[in-house]
Ligand binder design. Structure first.
Ligand code: PGA
Length: 253
């Protein structure tokens, strides 16, 4: 099974800060052992710089969003073809902040995923329940609906080209993380769906207040194949530490 640590920078950093962070990560990536895949998702204006700086290293560059249509009159949007022409290899889709603040639906997410896959980019598809859904015990149902709507139209081959991230919304940026048991049971549930669809090897990342001090127990779960990291990805030391932890934990497993 592959192990991936991906950093979602969200709407943070100016150009100088972004350059400093990428440069540190590139420097430290040379010392990384093992084969953990490392992905960073800076904001759009810094993608080209990030691709150039990481060329020849193990670090891959993701966008945080894209439009479903390849090109056209969509003021303010960024297309998959633009990302591809920069050398961007991955794209986060369906992040809970996009669902919450920009009204993004699973139908739109499904269209974006189709376009990304058609052009050879890897979607990092985010799913997860909000706090009220966790508390009312509906979380399996909610995630199952999300998976069916967003991934249901993909072929087996397309699905195999995706990464899934389980991000309980109540754990994002809150400092409150899912327990290893809560993460594993949901990851096993997602794995069962993917297996049923013929793509059991799709990596499933955990996201939500994942930090160096809680990552080991999360990454140790059988169906957790790494993490999608927000806050801790803004600090080169913490993010690199998370890559080391993923390598160590998976090597011991
Ligand atoms: P967080 O964000 O690590 O800051 O909770 C995770 C994410 O939103 O991807």
């Amino acid at each position: 099974m592959r192990t991936i640590v991906a950093g979602n920078w969200k709407m943070n950093k100016d150009r100088a800060e972004a350059l400093a962070l990428v440069s540190k990560l590139v420097g430290w990536s040379e010392e990384l052992e093992g084969d953990v895949e490392v992905v960073i998702a800076p904001p759009f204006p810094f993608l080209e710089m990030a691709v150039q700086c990481t060329r020849g290293t193990r670090i891959k560059v993701a966008a945080q969003n894209c439009h479903a249509v390849a090109q056209g009159a969509y003021t303010g949007e960024v297309s998959v073809l633009m990302l591809k022409s920069l050398g961007v290899t991955h794209c986060i889709v369906g992040h809970s902040e996009r669902r919450q603040y920009f009204g993004e639906t699973d139908t739109q997410v499904a269209e974006k995923m189709k376009t990304l896959l058609f052009h050879g980019l890897t979607p990092i598809y985010c799913c997860g329940e909000v706090l009220s859904e966790r508390e009312s015990g509906k979380f399996f149902h909610v995630v199952e609906e999300q998976l069916r709507e967003a991934l249901g139209g993909l072929s087996e081959e397309e699905l195999a080209g995706c990464i899934v991230a389980y991000e309980p919304v109540w754990a994002i940026g809150t400092g409150r993380t899912a327990s290893a048991e809560q993460a594993q049971e949901m990851h096993a549930f997602i794995r069962a769906y993917l297996s049923e669809r013929g793509a059991p090897e799709v990596p499933i990342l955990y996201g939500g207040s994942c930090k160096p001090d809680n990552a080991a127990s999360l990454f140790a779960c059988a169906d957790v194949n790494g993490g999608l990291i927000g806050g801790a990805a803004l600090d080169a030391g913490q993010f690199t530490e998370l890559v080391h932890i993923a390598h160590r934990v998976k090597q011991d497993a």
